[in-house]
Structure formats: structure tokens, C-alpha cells
Design a protein. Structure first.
Length: 77
């Protein structure tokens, strides 16, 4: 349920994010997996707690690490 709350906060900030909870990792527990429906190359950590994730979304510092995946195309010869 916390992820829905975080996604709603992100939408209020003007960004449509897909946020998931992951087993606690070295970098955090809450991660952004997609922005505006486009998957990220690597998930971006928002922190270990809901409060920290809210702070990170409010500050917007996570955006500098959000590298959107490139569309897959076949190279023509």
C-alpha cells in the first residue's frame, strides 16, 4: 500500500512513476522502476523507509539517476 501512496505523491509532483518495494538491498527498499510508462535501465533507490522515500520524491534528487531505457531496434545492414 505504501507504493501506491508514493506513486500518488510522484503524480502530484508531475511524474508518473512505477514504484516497487524490494527486499532490503544495499541501496534501499523502495525503488522507481519506470517513469511515464518507460522502464528505467536500472531501478533508482528512494530509500529504506517511507519517510525517506517521501523526502527523496519531494526533493527530486532521484531524477538525476533515472536513465530511461532505450528502445530496442534491429540494426539494418
Amino acid at each position: 500500500m505504501n507504493t501506491h501512496r508514493l506513486e500518488k505523491l510522484a503524480r502530484e509532483k508531475g511524474v508518473d512513476c512505477q514504484i516497487r518495494t524490494v527486499e532490503a538491498q544495499e541501496d534501499g527498499r523502495f525503488f522507481v522502476f519506470a517513469v511515464d510508462g518507460i522502464p528505467l535501465r536500472r531501478p533508482v533507490s528512494l530509500g529504506f523507509t517511507v519517510d525517506r522515500a517521501i523526502h527523496t520524491l519531494n526533493v527530486g534528487s532521484w531524477r538525476r539517476y533515472a536513465l530511461v531505457g532505450e528502445p530496442t531496434t534491429l540494426a539494418s545492414a
